[in-house]
Design a protein around this ligand. Structure first.
Ligand SMILES: *Cc1c(COP(=O)(O)O)cnc(C)c1O
Ligand code: SF4
Length: 381
């Protein structure tokens, strides 16, 4: 067994461990199974400095999760846009390919917690239909391996997937979406890098949220991936109490650049059930961006986007895309000119749509938006 595999085995995950280690309310720990399991490996655990700190918040279950019933199970409508198991095909020229249910650590804010950690829901047995789908869809030039975390697979299994994808001539780019450089950098071994570099161009999209996650180990891991010829990009989620602070965010972005990782996206936290306590206002995000542009190099500045509920995709927070904004909601358009509502946290009215957990309802038809906008214009007069 490799070191990283042993560390997964040594993770904190049982009810007893959670109660003992974190003084967690037993009723919360016992209810986790029906909600979202915990896995905190010894490395990520060692990054916690004090109870309730930004590292703790990302990995230790909180009773607020069980109280949040307003969010969506599948905020991004990934399952509705899944033509075959394990594939989400939302954009014309690229698709998401889920290759495992497992992760090195289970993030409390995970958007995909309805599936992640459950090998029945992201099954390795169903990869064949996904490969065939990609083979048949010649418009797909970019495949994003995700999960779970693709680097939870053994080198052998990962190589089988890469080899099969590389045999498809229209697939130009393969991306690996992995949080391992952040949560378990020991996974990045010379043998893994040797495997990956045989299948270039391979891009790595990783996921750091806080400067304390950047350690000697994670710097070594990212350096190895870059040395193996992979461009490494970072996607962060803006989260209350974790990184919703201009100085913290700037420190994170600078530290990423120092280890040759390029900030790519900064996401507003999704309207995921059980993660409502992480959500910040759009204003907070805009303030953070305002503190970056001009004040630091463009290399350090990620695209600030909302991945809208209902499956509209990632929409940049630029005036062109924001049709309307008030204190409770934002109405946005995507690249196809479809319209979507994103609710501001707390102030959002808990309307019937949200209660029924059907994010598709937040996709409006254009007529509805027109009326909506007209009403607002009338209101303002
Ligand atoms: C994020 C995402 C992609 C990739 O989007 P990019 O903007 O190209 O990084 C592709 N498919 C799905 C379903 C996604 O959510
Ligand atoms: S690593 Fe990604 S998929 Fe896994 S729990 Fe965290 S956010 Fe979810």
């Amino acid at each position: 067994m490799e070191l990283w595999q042993q560390m997964i085995r040594d993770s904190v995950h049982s009810v007893d461990q959670l109660v003992e280690k974190f003084n967690l309310d037993r009723s919360v720990a016992e209810n986790l199974d029906q909600f979202f399991q915990a896995r905190i490996n010894p490395y990520y655990l060692s990054l916690i400095r004090y109870p309730g700190d930004p590292i703790w918040k990302q990995c230790v279950p909180d009773k607020l999760e069980l109280e949040d019933i307003d969010g969506f199970e599948d905020p991004l409508a990934e399952d509705q846009m899944s033509p075959v198991p394990n594939i989400t095909h939302r954009y014309p020229d690229r698709c998401l390919f889920l290759v495992t249910s497992q992760c090195g650590m289970y993030c409390r804010f995970c958007t995909r917690k309805r599936k992640v950690g459950d090998s029945e829901k992201i099954s390795m047995k169903q990869l064949e239909s996904a490969f065939q789908y990609i083979e048949q869809h010649t418009e797909i030039r970019d495949v994003i391996l995700s999960g779970g975390d693709p680097l939870m697979l053994t080198d052998y299994l990962l190589e089988r997937i890469l080899k099969r994808l590389r045999a498809i001539t229209h697939v130009e780019i393969i991306r690996i979406g992995t949080k391992m450089p952040c949560v378990l950098p020991h996974r990045i071994t010379p043998k893994l890098c040797d495997t990956i570099k045989k299948y270039h161009p391979i891009y790595i999209n990783t996921h750091f949220n806080h400067p304390w996650e950047i350690t000697e180990e994670s710097m070594r891991a990212c350096g190895m991936l870059v040395d193996a010829g992979c461009p490494v990009n970072n996607q962060s989620v803006l989260m209350k109490g974790v990184n919703d602070d201009p100085a913290v965010m700037k420190e994170l972005l600078h530290k990423l650049l120092k280890m040759r990782v390029r900030p790519y996206y900064l996401f507003m936290a999704d309207e995921t059930k059980g993660a409502g306590h992480f959500r910040t206002s759009l204003e907070k995000g805009l303030e953070i961006l305002d503190n970056l542009r001009g004040h630091t190099s463009g290399l350090a500045i990620p695209h600030f986007v909302i991945d809208v509920p209902g499956g509209g995709g990632k929409i940049p927070m630029l005036p062109k895309y924001i049709l309307h904004r008030d204190e409770s909601k934002i109405i946005l358009r995507n690249y196809k000119n479809e319209h979507f509502i994103f609710h501001e946290p707390h102030l959002s009215e808990t309307n019937e749509n949200k209660k029924s957990n059907q994010p598709s309802i937040t996709k409006l038809n254009n007529m509805e938006v027109k009326m909506n906008l007209e009403e607002i214009i009338l209101d303002n007069n």
